[in-house]
Design a protein around this ligand. Structure first.
Ligand SMILES: [Mn+2]
Length: 326
């Protein structure tokens, strides 16, 4: 069995966190289980270190993540009086949204903690670890480094384990990605032993969706096309009109890649103010992150995305041609 080394946070990051009194932690727009899990976990670790962390995200916590304890502590309007900003799971500053306004926080040190290979290194101090399966996995190692020496081997309270496992289950899609290695599975065993409810987490993160979302899938799937190995759908504003403002058909892009004939899947979502959000998935051996990065987005070789201007069907036509080369 290959033995992947534990992840080691850099000293500069430990210094900045140790020195903080009132850190502002920010998770990315349209938060997923890794964003919210990492935010709550790092917040809990810093709190137990005697700090006064502020947890923030511009968008609300999705309903299927509200089973997590203390999501009510996440605010879209954080206080001004903070001394350090920490960006979580965000590959570039635009992912932080309006919560992070350069004018307001730009004089403060900015720590970037992320696992996206396309991270643009926009902070003062960076810990970018593409080998990590999730940002929450990195936060575990931060806890082990910062909190364990203070409070002993039982540092990982049940809540922390739940947050971290939620991030890992989300980003590995239930331990199915190639980032799920022996190091990750050993950590998962420790998280379950510490009381993280694996069944609840997998059910909420992977299997729970609203009836409106199922109706949206029905509409979006009527646009499905297969172009020489690239399967794609479009998700227009008109389809969502009566469905309470849903923007993303979430795991639909992974579902599409289940087509035996496809090696790349794409969902093209028309956003309210015009641009098209593009979400890509690829089978191993292909790389959609380079195209996403070229178009101003980012991600991982097998899962990436970007937002581009244009009419949604034209964007699909143009990008499907490019995706065939990925
Ligand atoms: Mn992530």
């Amino acid at each position: 069995m290959s033995a992947e080394a534990p992840l080691r946070p850099p000293a500069a990051l430990l210094d900045i966190l140790n020195g903080a009194r009132r850190p502002l932690l920010i998770a990315h727009l349209s938060p997923d289980g890794d964003a919210i899990g990492s935010l709550l976990a790092l917040g809990g670790i810093l709190y137990r270190l005697g700090k006064d962390p502020i947890l923030s995200c511009q968008d609300p916590v999705p309903p299927n993540l509200q089973f997590l304890p203390h999501t009510d502590r996440i605010t879209a309007a954080p206080a001004d009086e903070v001394d350090v900003v920490v960006a979580l799971d965000s590959s570039d500053p635009s992912r932080l949204g309006d919560v992070y306004q350069r004018g307001r926080y730009s004089r403060l040190p900015l720590a970037v903690i992320d696992h996206h290979v396309t991270n643009t290194l926009f902070g003062t101090v960076h810990w970018v670890e593409p080998a990590a399966c999730a940002t929450a996995e990195m936060v575990y190692y931060l806890g082990e480094t910062l909190l364990a020496p203070e409070v002993g081997p039982d540092w990982m309270a049940n809540e922390l384990a739940t947050y971290i496992l939620t991030g890992i289950v989300t980003d590995t899609r239930g331990f199915r990605t190639n980032s799920t290695n022996a190091r990750v599975m050993a950590l998962v065993a420790r998280l379950v032993a510490a009381g993280a409810p694996l069944t609840t987490i997998t059910d909420q993160v992977l299997e729970t969706r609203t009836f409106d979302l199922i109706r949206l899938w029905g509409r979006v799937l009527q646009t499905v096309r297969l172009d020489e190995g690239v399967i794609s759908v479009v998700n227009t504003q008109a389809m969502r009109k009566d469905l309470g403002g849903l923007v993303r058909p979430e795991s639909l892009v992974s579902f599409l890649l289940g087509a035996q004939e496809a090696y790349i899947a794409a969902v093209f979502t028309e956003l309210p103010d015009g641009p098209v959000e593009c979400s890509f998935r690829a089978r191993p051996g292909h790389d959609v992150s380079r195209l996403a990065l070229e178009l101003g987005g980012g991600g991982h070789p097998l899962a990436a995305g970007c937002t581009v201007k244009g009419e949604v069907e034209e964007v699909r036509h143009t990008l499907v041609e490019r995706l065939r080369q990925c």
